[in-house]
Design a protein around this ligand. Structure first.
Ligand SMILES: Cc1cc2nc3c(=O)[nH]c(=O)nc-3n(C[C@H](O)[C@H](O)[C@H](O)COP(=O)(O)OP(=O)(O)OC[C@H]3O[C@@H](n4cnc5c(N)ncnc54)[C@H](O)[C@@H]3O)c2cc1C
Length: 501
């Protein structure tokens, strides 16, 4: 059995060791001052005792379970873990095996006045699984025992699965039938179907069906006032969509227990190329043309020159557009040829060697943790905006982080605009890392929303994005959400605080 890291990303055995850390420090010290220290991983100190008796189902209250469920996996979470900073750990972690046990736990919570924090893989980067009310007991409801593939309808290309299943387990079951959900967030290995649905996750394909919303056929949800299950049909115009209502509800309106998801045949044809651009803006213009061409590339990932140097091991400071096409049905070389032609019209050149991004992409969160231990403030944030707003938004974000460094890549491109994803590297000060990051985050969030961007394209709202979310969503819709919360969860049992509810 491999062990997951309690303090950082992913598998414990993948964290950088001393030699890896030294090597990273040598590379990074070229552009950021370092103090030569590596923050140690602490032993967990004694936690506050649980304030309520055990919930009526299987539950744990040992230190390891409680610290590893206290936070998500953002930079600020890693820093607090390394500082042994757990003022408000969950009182219990409960592990339901079925809907009856969820209902029993909700009844119990209503009785003892506890809050319930639904928990999938715990990979939230927005404070989604962290309860911040120090005065109310709470139980983290870990859906990890509800991880079955219940039914596969190969004729209709659909699968019914329980919410607690993680990416690899779901894909392994589908692969046996030569099928795939084809939803790969960067956190794929450790996040769950329920978490993806509750946060409206984005997969890493750049165009076409890539957001989890696109694959939903029907959802089943336990709420404090009963079970909601939507009709399983290919499409429906029957009033406002119940699935749309639950998607992105972040555990505040109900607990997703099962979903029917649309799956696809596994791609058999693939073609790809890397295109270099001397001018970043030319790469942006080419990405726009590609997004509007109807070619639907699977990958259309524009890396700015710095991102290309840092994250893709490029040896030249040029913008790189990573292009890929795939299909289960037909060869895709002609689509790639046409895409290259479009890029050449903007001065793009096919690079002699392909940019290696996939390995680096999966390795990036481990490097983030190692950098955090070296004292660097390092974090990502993302948005989406129209093509018309991008240039100004991009300039405003770089200005807001200055003098720190920010790199940018497009994770998704749409006919009407890109989804830019930024990584910030700032010199840290031991003990002041959270303050430095929080100030930077507030500045970049202001820059994003003041320049027409959404506060998040796929990282969700949680607690951290709430101030900007309240400004972004129309007020009548806020009224609807608050009314829904009052009706479905009158005692505010479910994840109080996320989405401002
Ligand atoms: C390194 C890294 C890379 C990431 N890459 C991506 C990416 O590419 N795309 C992307 O979209 N996101 C990404 N994320 C963010 C995160 O992985 C997603 O938000 C993911 O969907 C969360 O899934 P989870 O199972 O871990 O949910 P959790 O973190 O456990 O929970 C997230 C939220 O959903 C609620 N929730 C969880 N399960 C349920 C349920 N069954 N019913 C109701 N509510 C529930 C929780 O209460 C919480 O509010 C990344 C995060 C990290 C740390």
């Amino acid at each position: 059995m491999r062990t997951k890291s309690w303090w950082g990303w992913g598998w414990a055995d993948q964290a950088l060791d001393q030699a890896g850390s030294d090597q990273l420090a040598r590379r990074v010290s070229a552009f950021l001052p370092l103090d030569g220290q590596v923050a140690p991983v602490p032993d967990v100190e004694r936690l506050r005792r649980p304030r309520v008796a055990q919930p009526p189902i299987e539950a744990r209250c040992d230190n390891l379970a409680r610290v590893s469920h206290s936070y998500g996996k953002a930079y600020r979470d890693v820093i607090r873990n390394l500082r042994n900073d757990f003022p408000n750990p969950p009182d219990w972690i409960a592990y339901p095996r079925n809907e009856n046990e969820i209902e029993e736990t909700l009844d119990w919570a209503a009785h003892v006045g506890a809050a319930i924090i639904p928990y999938g893989g715990g990979t939230s980067v927005v404070g989604g699984v962290e309860f911040r009310d120090p005065d109310r007991p709470f139980v983290t409801l870990d859906l990890g025992r509800m991880r079955a593939v219940v039914e596969l309808d190969a004729a209709c290309l659909a699968v019914r699965a329980q919410a607690g299943i993680d990416g690899p387990a779901l894909e392994a079951a589908l692969r046996e039938k030569d099928l795939t959900l084809r939803h790969y967030p960067q956190s794929f290995e450790f996040s769950t179907l329920g978490g993806w649905l509750a946060t409206r996750a984005g997969g890493h394909f750049a165009t076409g069906r890539t957001r989890i919303d696109d694959f939903v056929e029907s959802l089943r949800i336990v709420t404090p006032v009963g079970i909601s299950e939507s009709l399983r049909v290919p499409a429906s115009g029957a009033g406002p969509s119940p699935d749309r209502f639950w998607l992105g509800s972040e555990g505040a309106l109900g607990i997703i227990t099962e979903a029917w998801m649309r799956v696809q045949k596994r791609p058999a044809f693939r073609s790809r190329a890397t295109i270099s651009f001397a001018e970043y803006q030319a790469g942006v213009a080419a990405s726009k043309d590609l997004a509007q061409s109807g070619l639907m590339p699977a990958n259309c990932r524009l890396l700015d020159p710095l991102e290309s140097l840092i994250a893709a091991d490029s040896d030249s400071p040029m913008a790189a557009l990573l292009l890929a096409f795939e299909s289960a049905d037909h060869p895709v070389e002609s689509a790639l040829d046409r895409a290259i032609e479009l890029c050449r019209a903007h001065g793009g050149q096919v690079a002699p060697r392909e940019t290696s991004w996939r390995g680096n992409f999966l390795r990036a969160p481990y490097l983030r943790d190692a950098l955090a231990r070296l004292g660097v403030v390092v974090e990502t944030f993302e948005t989406a905006c129209t093509w018309g707003s991008f240039e100004q938004l991009h300039a405003a974000v770089l200005d807001a982080v200055s003098p720190a460094i920010a790199t940018c890549r497009f994770t998704h491109v749409y006919p009407d605009g890109p989804a830019p994803y930024f990584t910030v590297y700032a010199p840290g000060r031991r003990g002041a890392e959270l303050e430095i990051w929080d100030e930077l985050k507030a500045r970049v969030s202001e820059a994003v929303v003041a320049n027409g961007g959404t506060i998040t394209h796929h990282h969700a709202i949680g607690r951290d994005h709430n101030p900007w979310y309240q400004r972004q969503r129309p007020e009548p819709f806020g009224t609807v959400l608050r009314a829904a919360k009052r009706s479905l969860d009158p005692q505010r049992l479910l994840n109080p605080g996320v989405l401002g509810l």
